[in-house]
Design a protein around this ligand. Sequence first.
Ligand code: OGA
Ligand code: NI
Length: 346
Amino acid sequence: MATITKRLLLSDLVSTDKIDQVPSNYIRPITQRPNLQSVVRDSIPLIDLHNLFGPNRGQVIDQIGRACRDYGFFQVKNHSVPELTISNMMQTARDFFNLPEQERLKNYSDDPQKTTRLSTSFNIRTEKVANWRDYLRLHCYPIENFVHEWPTNPTSFRAHVAEYCTSVRGLAVQLIEAISESLGLEKEYIGRQLGKHAQHMALNYYPPCPQPDLTYGLPGHTDLNLITILLQDQVPGLQVLRNGHWVAVDPVPNTFIINIGDQIQVMSNDKYKSVLHRAVVNCDKERISIPTFYCPSPEAVIGPAPELVTDDEPAVYRQFTYGEYYEKFWNRGLATESCLDMFMAT
Ligand code: OGA
Ligand code: NI
C-alpha cells in the first residue's frame, strides 16, 4: 500500500513529488493573484555610499531622504560590506537548502517566537492560503546570545553567517544615522530609541513553481521592523508598489536593496512610508533572497519623534513597545497588508 507522507517543507514537496500543478492550498482567489503580465519595468534609486563619510555627506543624506519619502525603497552600492562576505553568505544559504531533508528538518519549528527556526510559507498557524517559500529565520544581535542555536551544517554556516551579519549591522547603523539626519533629527536620535537594538535575518528559498500566476512567494506586505537590507541572487522576483503599479526590482550584483519598515514610518510621523512589496515566483528557477531586518529591542518604546509632531501635523500613532507590535504582526498571518492601523493615535 502506498503511504502518503505530508511534507513539512515546500522544497521537498517540489523536488521529491515532482508536482506539475500548484496544490490547492497555495492557490489565491482570482482577485488576489499576481497578474504577472501587468508589471511595470521601472527602477528605484541607486545611491552611491562612497561619499557618505566625505565632504559631500550632505548630498548623500539628501538622496537618502528623497528616496525614503518618494519610494520607501532604494539600492546602495559602494557600501561597507565586502564582496567575499556577500558571496560566502549566498553560498552558505544555497548549501543549507541543498542539504538532505532530514538534516534541514533538525531546525524546523512553526513557533514564531523561536529565535532560530526553519519553516515554510509565512505563519502556517494563522494563515488561510500558503505561500511558495521555505525560510530559515535567525536572530543575530547580540550575536553571542544566538550563535549557539544556529545550524552547524554546512560546517562553515556559523562562521560565514556571523561575518555577514556583523558586517551588515555596520551598514544598518550607518543608514539609520543617515535617515535620522535626513529627517532633521540628531544623527543618534533613532539609534537611541531602539533600546539595546536587535537584528534578525531570513534565508528565503523560493522553489521553481509550475503555475506562478496562481500564488506568491510572499504576498504584498510591509516590513514591521525599522529598515530591511535585502540581498538577492540573480533571479528576479521582488516587486515594489509605486503609484498603484507593481514595479519589478531586478538584481544588480553587489548592491543591497534597502527599504523603510513600519517603525521608521511611525518615528517619522508618516514623512517616510513603509511601502508594500511582494515576492513572485517563476517556472524554472529557484530563487534565494536574504533580508536582514534591523529592529528595536522588544522593550523599546516607539512613537513619533517629538520634533516631528506639530499643531499642523499631530501625532499619527500612539506609543507602543516593539514587543507588542511584533506579536500583532505574526498573529495576523499576513491577512492584512500592514499592522500600522492597529497603532493609530486616538
Ligand atoms: C521579506 C521580503 C522579498 C524577497 O522577506 O520580508 O519582502 O524578495 N522578501 O524575498
Ligand atoms: Ni518584506
